[in-house]
Design a protein around this ligand. Sequence first.
Ligand code: ARG
Length: 285
Amino acid sequence: MKKKIFNIVIVAMAALFLFGCGKKEDSEKEEAKEAVKVEVATTGPTIDSIKEKGKIVLGTSADFPPMEWTSYQDGSEKYQGVDIALAQAIADSLGVELEVKNMAFEGLLGSLKAGDVDMVIAGMGADEERKKQVDFSEEYSKGKQVLLVTEENKDKFKTFDDLEGKIIGTQLGTLQQKFAEEKFGDNCKGFDLNNVIIEQLKNKSIDAAFLSELPAKQFASITDGLVIIDNLGIPDESGFAVAIKKGNDDLTKAVDEIVKGLKDSGQMEKWFDEYIELSNKEAIK
Ligand code: ARG
């Protein structure tokens, strides 16, 4: 009899312990979610229609770690990165699901203007020309741009003049494509995907790739034999921001507040650290 009571006590203690642990994990998860939750005024014609759909549709080009990339872990395909976390926080604040539409960077603003997506977050620089077509939130990251070359070329390109006659790869529709074409004309080659640019660089079909600094750093750190040149006096590009269709002012205002909140709380900076580390492990080599 004594033994039976003892057993019951042990089982009860184990159950309490397990239950307690589960609760702790749950509350930690909730706390983390709360930390990124930004309360915003969430009504207005666009927001109401998003709530009616029950989802907000993000347009992105998932080839740009650490901002966004396609990760293939455990056999499943998943979009990851700072921009995806930001999009998820926006969806959470509005109380809707997030749907991600992955497409070529060049097609993003067209899709936004056509209403195929509700917002574009793609490491997109808010430059004056784009501002004529769409609205942007406050910027959430500075935009530097650099040249990526193979190790053996690292000392050959010291000035812009050294790039004369060299083939420069850029992603179609980017600020880098525009800048490089103005500077180097026909020697620029445009590609849909950054992964393809990296392949071309590795197999020496192009001499240099011209990219935003953060992804260039990621590609250099996950690819053998690639190095960054950042002392050519290349001007900064515009800072990254969320793009929203002109006229959807209620959504622009809400997203603006969310971005500000995430910057002020330090969450945005945390995501940068977190996704730089994760993309070093997960992004395609
Ligand atoms: N920052 C550059 C631009 O705004 C390149 C962005 C490319 N983004 C991407 N997800 N592939 O034009």
